[in-house]
Design a protein around this ligand. Structure first.
Ligand code: NAD
Length: 471
């Protein structure tokens, strides 16, 4: 029901222009009070965020289930524990993160103090997506708090139960002036984007990302855009095909395929395709048994609109593996389609569901060419045992990330930045990278005032002469 996009159907007051303005102004006053400058305050807030996730686990699991029919184990692993882990990391590392970076001294600045200070931007905005409605809303917030910002938090209206849970429960834990939650759909978010923010962090589709970028440009507000697109998989005949099929089908069926870095389509030879199909069928059976639909470990598509979009993409396609879907509960059966033509509708948009098309190619060079003719992906997956092929993909393609011989796992690897390039996004986050994203790197220099230093400096003062300009 698309009516959930209206603010008042959240059961809260209508989120209007006035509400947006008041919220931002109040966050601005809170920022001006300097309380978020204290690392003690930031740590307390982050610990409270952890407490919120621990204490409200049940409410959050129920809400995410209501929105996505996501299995509880997946909610705990991907939505709650991941966020707790990052919040704890921020608490434990904050003192070292906020330390000024000293700049290597050279002959020119040896008598000066030169350093880089991490400065909070001010009042920031985080706009989340619905597919991981807790994780994608709160993970950026951790870095924003750690860096000393205030944050207006805007969960996705397409996961209304989770949005409501965050809006009603989070203020019991963290400072609601510094970190208010704003609910609403397109209309209300458009109002929010008319306000001046000091940083905007957006997760969503490339088309809405462009609107957000446009709105941000009115105030020259810097942005991180965590977007999506089609993440390709290349498989060659040197790969461990059984393991490849298992990992790819896992990545395609987690969260019912509604993951920004889900493997979108496969490029491989006809020979690899035939073996892949056999192993993929076995993997699906291993995960979900004889009846996927009845298996509680398989989720559902978010809403009717996306259900019909997905089943529409299957029209006129040759289904190699699949089963009946059902609009009643937005169940889309894991499906693999073969003999797909690059011009087919299924190859024109991000699938964002448990459907995997295979396009056959004759060589890795053809696969690279195919990828390079399209928008830069968020993730690129290469299954191969061949060094030359790995090297060629790393050197000759551009994507947010490359993962060799697996899918999705790079997004939880400690230390790696997560983000896109080109159409798949601007900027990156996770761990310390989120802190850096939300920190302005302020250049600071302090100079001595002795006459000796001024004498050494005399070259800069007029009158000029030839000796002064000789290197
Ligand atoms: P979306 O772009 O439709 O919506 C994202 C957010 O934008 C929502 O909070 C929504 O309220 C807001 N919004 C929608 N229309 C708007 C408008 N006209 N003006 C202002 N705000 C508006 O995306 P979605 O359907 O929520 O998520 C799916 C997309 O997000 C996919 O493309 C997916 O790949 C991408 N995604 C990316 C990541 C990532 O980390 N890179 C993670 C999850 C999802």
């Amino acid at each position: 029901n698309l009516d959930v996009t209206q603010g008042d159907s959240f059961g809260f007051e209508k989120y209007s222009m006035c509400k947006a303005l008041n919220m931002v102004q109040s966050a601005r006053r809170a920022f001006a009070s300097n309380k978020t400058r204290s690392t003690k305050f930031r740590k307390t807030q982050l610990k409270e965020l952890v407490k919120f996730l621990e204490k409200e686990e049940k409410a959050l699991c129920t809400a995410v289930y209501d929105d996505l029919k996501k299995p509880k184990a997946e909610t705990i692993l991907h939505e709650i524990l991941t966020v707790i882990k990052e919040a704890r990391e921020a608490v434990n590392s904050l003192q070292s993160w906020v330390k000024p970076t000293t700049v290597k001294s050279t002959i020119v600045n040896s008598l000066d103090t030169v350093k880089i200070l991490d400065e909070p931007y001010g009042v920031t905005l985080v706009i989340g997506a619905w597919n991981f409605p807790v994780h994608l809303t709160l993970l950026p917030v951790i870095g924003a708090i750690a860096a000393g910002n205030c944050v207006v938090i805007k969960p996705s209206e397409h996961a209304p139960a989770t949005a409501r849970a965050i809006a009603s429960l989070l203020p019991k834990y963290i400072d609601s002036e510094c970190y208010p939650v704003y609910l609403g759909g397109v209309e209300e978010t458009s109002e929010l984007l008319k306000q001046k923010f000091d940083y905007i962090f957006f997760t969503g589709s490339p088309s809405i990302g462009k609107l957000v970028h446009q709105a941000a440009s009115q105030n020259l507000t810097p942005v991180t855009l965590e977007l999506g697109g089609k993440s390709p998989v290349y498989i060659d005949n040197t790969a461990n095909l059984k393991l490849a099929a298992k990992r790819i089908m896992w990545g395609k069926t987690q969260n019912c395929g509604q993951i920004c870095v889900a493997p979108d389509y496969v490029l491989c030879s006809k020979e690899v395709q035939d073996k892949f199909l056999k192993y993929a069928q076995a993997a699906l059976h291993q995960f979900y048994g004889d009846n996927v639909r009845e298996n509680g470990d398989f989720g559902r598509i978010i809403n009717q609109h996306h259900f019909h979009r997905l089943t529409g993409l299957l029209r006129d396609q040759k289904v190699a593996i699949g089963g009946p879907s059902d609009p009643k509960d937005h169940f889309v059966h894991p499906t693999i389609v073969t003999d797909v033509h690059p011009d087919d509708a299924i190859m024109q948009e991000e699938i964002f569901g448990p459907i995997l098309p295979i396009v056959t190619v004759e060589s890795y060079e053809e696969a690279i060419n195919f990828i390079n003719q399209r928008e830069k992906p968020l993730a690129l997956y290469v299954f191969t045992g061949c060094k030359k092929v790995k090297k060629a993909f790393l050197r000759e393609t551009s994507s947010g990330a490359v993962l060799i011989n697996d899918v999705l796992m790079h997004s939880v690897a400690d230390g790696l930045p997560f983000g896109g390039v080109g159409n798949s996004g601007i900027g990156a986050y996770h761990g310390k990278h989120t802190f850096d994203t939300f920190s302005h790197k302020k250049a600071v220099m302090e100079r001595g005032t002795s006459m000796l230093i001024d004498k050494i400096d005399s070259i800069r003062y007029p009158p000029y002469n030839n000796t002064k300009t000789k290197l």
